[in-house]
Design a binder for this molecule. Structure first.
Ligand code: 3HC
Ligand code: NAI
Length: 708
C-alpha cells in the first residue's frame, strides 16, 4: 500500500507498506533550504508518531541525494529549524531511519545521511564534506559524527581536503553500510529497509559509534592534522577550526561537541573568507553562461589539430588527449616534430616515473597522438589550435595554410597571448571560424582558458570553444580582443605598479613578501624568474616604439636581462639560484642595480610597508579591471575575478580582485587611486566605471547580473 502526503513543496512523503519514504525534491541539486529543513523535520516527526510507520527512508529526487546546505542562503538571517536540529531529530527517531544515496551526498547532505541509522548507496554516489572549500566547516554534527563513525584520521582527511569519495571507498571507510546496483535510490532503499525490518534491526545512532575509542590514535591523528594544516592552509581560517572541532569531539560529550561545532561554524559563516570562496564557487559556474552559448549549439568536436609542438603546443596536446580526443600535431620539419612528440611524452614519462600512470596507460594515451610535417594531416580535424611563435606574420602564414587545408566548418583557433586576433582572422577566407583559445602554461595543468571572441566569429564557434573547455575540465572565461585580453592586460598594469614601487624604494624581496603575505603563492619577481625574464623583455622591446614617451618607464628589469639573467633557467634573475636551486636567494648585486637606476633618475628611496605595497598593487589591478569591464573585454566583474583565480594565483579566499574591491569598499579604492595620481597622473587615471559606481553608491557585484 502506498499513501502520499506533502509536507512542503520541496519535501514529500509516501508510505510503501511499513516504510515511509521521505523525498527531498529541491532542484537542481536538492540543496537544503529553510523549506527543506522545515519539511524534513515535520515529516520525520509525523513518521515517528505514526504507528503504521515501521521505518523511515530518506532519498533525494533525481540524480543527487543532497548537495549540502543551500549556499545562497548564507549571509541571510537564519530561519529555524537549524540543520543540526533537524539532524538531531532524525537521529533521535525511535524507528530505523535509512538514507539511500544516489549521486552527491555532500556537506549537510552527508550530515543528514550520517544522522540516519543506516546508509545504502548506488555505485555513482559521491560522499564528502567539502565545506572547507567554501571557507566553512561541517556545521550539522559532521565534525562529531564522522570521527565516531570512521575514526579521527579518516574524518580529518575528509574535512580538510573536502574531496569527494566514491561509493566503494565510502563503504570501506565505514561511511556506508552497503552498496546497491541500479539507478533508483528509492528501490535500493526500500529493499534495504524491508530487509532490516525483517531482521528486526533497531535504531543505531552514529553518536554511539566507537570510532574515537582508541583515544591515543585519535589524538595522534589530530596532532598530525594540526601540524599539516598550519603548513598547508596558510592564511585560511576554517581548517584550524575543523581540527579544533575534532579535538572537542574527542574531549567532550556528543552534545557539547555539537554545540561547540555550531558556534565555530557560525564564526566561519561570518568570515570574509567564506564570502570570497562562495563568490568564487558561483562565479566559476556563471562564467560559462555567455550569450553565444545560449544562442547556438556547439559544432561537432571529435578531433583536434595542433600547430607547433613547443611549450604550449605540447601542453595543449596533453590536455586534449587527456580529454579523450585524438590529436594531430604539425611542426615545421622532422627535427621539430620529433621534439614536439618528445615534449608530449615527457609529461607522461614524468607521471610514469612518479608511479601515477602505468606504462600501458601511457601507451594507450599516446595511441591518440599523430605527428606530421604536412598541413594536409589537418584535412579531417574538427578544430585546430595554433601555438607557434608569437609573431603576427608567422601566425598569418599558418592561418593561410589552415584556410587552404582544413575542411569547411573546422574551428580555427589561436593560442596567441597578445596579438590581434581580428587581424589573424582577416588573413583567412573564413573569419567566422576563427577564435582565440588562450591556454596558460603548463597548459595541461592550468585551469584557465580565455576564450577570445573576435568581431566576426560565429556564435556556434564560441559555443564549441566552451564545449571544448568543459571537456578538458578547464575554467573558460569569455574575453574580447585587446592587447593581452583580460588577464595579461591587467597583469601588465599591476606589474608596472610593482616596478614603480621598486624604483621608489621597496626591494623586489619586500614586494614579493608583501604579495605572498596577501595570499599569493609567489610574488611578481619570483614569477618573472620562473617564467623567464626574456619573455617580458621581448614584449617590452616590441612595445617600445608605441609607448607613450611621457609614461614612466622603469629600466631595472632591462638592466637585469642585459646581463643574461633570465631567472631560474639561467640560475640568476631577480634572485640567485645556486646549482639550479628552485628557491631563490636575495642578491646584493640586484639591489645595487636598483640603486643605480634610482640615482640615475634622482629618486630618493622611501620606505613602504607591506600594506602600502598591496594598496598600490591592488588599486592598479582593480582600476584596470574596471576599464576591462567597461570596454566589454570582460562580460562582468566576475569574469575578471575568475581569470585571476584560475590563471594568476590570486588567493581564492579573497574571491578575485573585483570581489576584493567590493569588500574593501570602492570609495576607499578610488580615494587611493586619486591620492597616487598626485604623484603620477598619467599612470593613475581612475577608471570612469569606478567613478560612476562610487557616485551611484554601487559595487561591482551590481554588474554581475546573469547573462541573456
Ligand atoms: N547550494 C545552492 N546551490 C547549489 C549548491 C548548493 N549547495 N550546489 C550546487 N548548486 C547549484 C549550482 O550553483 C548550479 O546552479 P546554476 O545551474 O544556477 O548555475 C547548480 O546547482 C548545478 O551545480 P553544478 O553546475 O556544480 O553541477 P554539477 O553536476 O557539475 O555538480 C555538485 C554538482 C557536485 C553537487 C556541485 O554543485 C557541488 O560541489 N556543489 C557544492 C557542494 C558543497 O560544497 N556542499 C557543502 C555546502 S556547505 C554545507 O553543507 C554546510 C553544512 O555543513 C551545514
Ligand atoms: P615555443 O617557442 O616553445 O614553441 C613554438 C613552436 O612553434 C616551436 O616548436 C616551433 O618549431 C613551432 N613553429 C614555429 N613556426 C611554425 C610553423 N610555421 N609551423 C609549425 N610549427 C611552427 O613557444 P610557446 O611558448 O609554446 O608559445 C607558443 C604560442 O603560445 C605563442 O603565441 C605564445 O605567445 C603563446 N603562449 C605562450 C605561453 C607561455 O607561457 N609560453 C602562455 C600562453 C600562450
Amino acid at each position: 500500500m502506498t499513501t502520499a502526503s506533502i509536507t512542503t513543496p520541496v519535501v514529500r512523503s509516501a508510505r510503501h507498506g511499513g516504510v515511509l519514504c521521505i523525498t527531498i525534491d529541491n532542484a537542481p541539486v536538492n540543496a537544503i533550504s529553510s523549506a527543506v529543513r522545515r519539511g524534513l523535520k515535520e515529516a520525520v516527526e509525523a513518521a515517528d508518531a505514526d504507528a503504521a510507520v515501521k521505518a523511515i527512508l530518506i532519498v533525494g529526487e533525481g540524480a543527487n541525494f543532497v548537495a549540502g546546505a543551500d549556499i545562497r542562503e548564507f549571509g541571510q538571517a537564519p530561519q529555524p529549524p537549524s540543520l543540526p536540529e533537524v539532524c538531531n531529530r532524525i537521529e533521535a527517531c525511535g524507528k530505523p531511519v535509512i538514507a539511500a544515496i544516489r549521486g552527491a551526498a555532500l556537506g549537510g547532505g552527508l550530515e543528514i545521511a550520517l544522522a540516519a541509522h543506516y546508509r545504502v548507496a548506488l555505485q555513482d554516489a559521491k560522499l564528502g564534506l567539502p565545506e572547507v572549500q567554501l571557507g566553512l566547516m561541517p556545521g550539522a554534527g559532521g565534525t562529531v559524527r564522522t570521527p565516531r563513525l570512521v575514526g579521527a584520521q579518516a574524518a580529518l582527511d575528509l574535512m580538510l581536503s573536502g574531496r569527494h569519495v566514491k561509493a566503494k571507498e565510502s563503504l570501506s571507510l565505514g561511511l556506508l553500510d552497503r552498496l546497491a546496483e541500479g539507478e533508483d535510490a528509492q528501490v535500493a532503499g526500500l529493499t534495504y529497509a524491508n530487509e532490516l525490518l525483517a531482521q528486526g534491526a533497531g535504531v543505531r545512532r552514529s553518536r554511539d559509534a566507537q570510532g574515537l575509542a582508541d583515544r591515543a590514535a585519535a589524538q595522534a591523528a589530530i596532532d598530525a592534522a594540526k601540524a599539516d594544516a598550519a603548513k598547508k592552509s596558510r592564511g585560511l581560517f576554517s581548517p584550524m577550526k575543523i581540527v579544533e572541532a575534532v579535538q572537542t569531539a574527542l574531549d567532550k560529550s556528543f552534545d557539547e561537541a555539537v554545540k561547540a561545532e555550531r558556534e565555530a561554524f557560525l564564526a566561519c559563516i561570518e568570515s570574509p573568507q567564506r564570502a570570497g570562496l562562495i563568490h568564487a564557487f558561483f562565479a566559476e559556474r556563471e562564467v560559462a553562461k555567455v550569450p553565444e552559448a545560449k544562442a547556438a549549439q556547439p559544432r561537432k568536436l571529435e578531433s583536434v589539430g595542433i600547430v607547433g609542438g613547443g611549450t604550449m603546443g605540447a601542453g595543449i596536446a596533453v590536455a586534449a588527449m587527456d580529454a579523450g580526443l585524438p590529436v594531430v600535431m604539425v611542426e615545421r620539419d622532422q627535427a621539430s616534430i620529433d621534439r614536439g612528440r618528445a615534449n608530449v611524452e615527457k609529461v607522461y614519462d614524468g607521471l610514469v616515473a612518479k608511479g601515477r600512470m602505468t606504462p600501458e596507460a601511457k601507451a594507450a594515451v599516446m595511441a591518440r597522438y599523430t605527428g606530421s610535417t604536412d598541413y594536409a594531416a589537418f584535412k579531417d580535424v574538427d578544430l585546430v589550435i595554433e601555438a607557434v611563435f608569437e609573431d603576427i606574420e608567422v601566425k598569418k602564414a599558418v592561418f593561410k595554410e589552415l584556410d587552404r587545408v582544413c575542411k569547411a566548418g573546422a574551428v580555427l583557433a589561436t593560442n596567441t597571448s597578445y596579438l590581434d586576433i581580428d587581424a589573424i582572422a582577416a588573413s583567412t577566407s573564413r573569419p567566422q571560424d576563427v577564435v582565440g583559445l588562450h591556454f596558460f602554461s603548463p597548459a595541461n595543468i592550468m585551469k584557465l582558458l580565455e576564450i577570445v571572441v573576435p568581431a566576426k566569429v560565429s556564435a556556434d564557434v564560441v559555443a564549441t570553444a566552451f564545449a571544448l573547455a568543459k571537456r578538458m575540465k578547464k575554467v573558460p572565461v569569455r574575453a574580447g580582443v585587446c592587447d593581452g585580453f583580460i588577464g595579461n592586460r591587467i597583469l601588465a598594469v599591476y606589474r608596472q605598479a610593482a616596478d614603480h614601487i621598486l624604483e621608489d624604494g621597496a626591494s623586489p624581496y619586500e614586494i614579493d613578501a608583501a604579495v605572498r603575505g596577501f595570499g599569493y603563492p609567489m610574488g611578481p619577481f619570483q614569477v618573472s624568474d620562473l617564467a623567464g625574464g626574456d619573455i617580458g623583455w621581448a614584449t617590452r622591446k616590441r612595445k617600445a616604439a608605441t609607448r607613450d614617451p611621457k609614461a614612466r618607464y622603469v629600466e631595472v628589469a632591462d638592466r637585469i636581462c642585459e646581463r643574461g639573467w633570465f631567472g631560474q633557467k639561467t640560475q640568476r634573475g631577480w634572485y640567485v639560484y645556486p646549482q639550479g636551486a628552485r628557491a631563490g636567494q636575495e642578491d646584493a648585486e640586484v639591489l645595487a642595480i636598483v640603486d643605480a637606476e634610482r640615482q640615475k633618475k634622482g629618486i630618493v628611496p622611501r620606505k613602504f610597508t607591506a600594506e602600502e605595497i598591496m594598496r598600490r598593487y591592488m588599486a592598479a589591478m582593480v582600476n584596470e579591471g574596471a576599464k576591462v569591464v567597461a570596454e566589454g573585454i570582460a562580460l562582468r566583474p566576475l569574469d575578471v575575478d575568475v581569470t585571476f583565480l584560475s590563471g594568476y594565483g590570486f588567493p581564492r579566499y579573497r574571491g578575485g580582485p573585483m570581489k576584493y574591491a567590493d569588500m574593501v569598499g570602492l570609495p576607499k579604492i578610488l580615494e587611493d587611486i586619486r591620492a597616487f595620481a598626485k604623484e603620477d597622473p598619467l599612470f593613475w587615471q581612475p577608471a570612469p566605471l569606478l567613478e560612476k559606481l562610487v557616485a551611484e553608491g554601487k559595487d561591482f557585484a551590481s554588474l554581475n547580473q546573469p547573462q541573456g
